[in-house]
Design a protein around this ligand. Structure first.
Ligand code: HEC
Length: 324
């Protein structure tokens, strides 16, 4: 008679002894749910006072469980004495990844998300979850049969799952923090390497960073509140569902962006909405100067200063300027 191995002993002690056929059936059902859910709840940019959106926001809490547990599987495989608990760890990782995926789909479908980045994040993490379900089944088979071919397949599947998960999580982080978030602070990257000079482009160096910090969160590829995207220059000018141009070059009155950022902060239409850091007077002055001088994407600071002198901007090159 085959002797009980350590994992089986551990599982018997805690009272769990999953049967293989039952686990396979459960695994296939969970995988099918994950595969079809996004078709019932597509990320179509809809928002509403929807309880599903509220539930979906727990995605941001739950996702930390699989993110921590999957790398732990590798660690536990490396240290022989920890191996007996690998299967329960995979099981917990799979269930938390399943929960995170379902909540993520609900969040994306009900909280105004849409676009390529969301779709990439969603499908890579769903695929990783489905792979992990089969990882669990394979680990079970491997432990019960001690088959070395299964062991090879198991490690291939483990590394594929981890790779896909790392890719998916990175897409997810880009959704929250903006693309390039991880690299932007390293001095070797272009953006932080060159300081602002009079030859810098006004839009790149003065305007876009303000919009990126204060507005992209709700008005970009991942989320376009009010049907308005600001991360694409032509869409920034065009405007959103309200029908007014977002920015009308040379015309402050017709520029919805300028109207919104200069409203009284207690007005409902004020941007950014209550609870978000409003623009400083200095930032508003820069945007005003840029719109008045033609809202160009290509003009350099010195060119615009020549045609539209502005003390606010000139002050940027004043060595005694107080930082803000
Ligand atoms: C927390 C999310 C959020 C942030 C951050 C945010 N907005 Fe909005 N914005 C909205 C919502 C929601 C709407 C749609 C409701 C409305 O029109 O007030 C909207 C609508 C707009 C519109 C009208 C679009 C149209 O054509 O109807 C403009 C313009 C706008 N925002 C500009 C900005 C600017 C500029 C910033 C940054 C300074 C900003 N928003 C930051 C949520 C946000």
């Amino acid at each position: 008679m085959r002797t009980e191995n350590n994992t089986e002993k551990a599982l018997r002690v805690v009272g769990v002894q999953p049967s293989i056929p039952l686990t396979i059936v459960a695994g296939v059902i969970l995988s099918l749910i994950l595969l079809f859910l996004p078709f019932f709840f597509p990320p179509s940019g809809q928002t509403g006072p929807n309880p599903l959106a509220g539930i979906g926001r727990f995605h941001l809490l739950i996702l930390h469980f699989p993110a921590a547990l999957f790398p732990l599987i590798l660690l536990f495989e490396i240290f022989k004495r920890l191996r007996p608990v690998v299967l329960p760890i995979i099981g917990t990782a799979v269930l938390s990844a399943f929960a995170a995926s379902v909540l993520g789909v609900l969040l994306a479908a009900n909280d105004g998300f849409s676009g390529e980045l969301v779709v990439k994040h969603m499908w890579s993490c769903i695929s990783a979850t489905i792979l992990s379900i089969f990882l669990f089944i394979l680990k079970m088979l491997q432990q019960r049969t001690d088959n070395s071919a299964l062991s090879g397949a198991y490690f291939i599947l483990l590394f594929s799952t981890l790779g896909l998960l790392a890719f998916g999580s990175h897409q997810g982080a880009s959704l929250v923090h903006g693309e390039g978030f991880l690299t932007e602070k390293f001095s070797l990257t272009k953006e932080s390497a060159d300081p602002i000079t009079e030859n810098s482009l006004v839009y790149d160096k003065l305007i876009q960073p303000i919009l990126r910090d204060h507005c992209y969160h709700c008005h970009s590829v991942a989320k376009a509140k009010g049907g308005y995207r600001m991360d694409d220059f032509s869409l920034l000018l065009e405007g959103g569902d309200g029908g007014m141009p977002g920015i009308e070059p040379g015309n402050l009155e017709d520029s919805e962006v300028y109207y919104r950022i200069t409203l009284a902060p207690d007005k409902k239409a004020f941007m950014p909405p209550a609870g978000h850091l409003p623009l400083t007077d200095h930032q508003i002055a820069l945007i005003r100067w840029w719109i008045e001088s033609g809202a160009s994407m290509e003009a350099s600071i010195s060119t615009l200063l020549e045609s539209h002198p502005a003390t606010e901007v000139q002050a940027l090159f004043d060595p005694d300027r107080p930082s803000n």
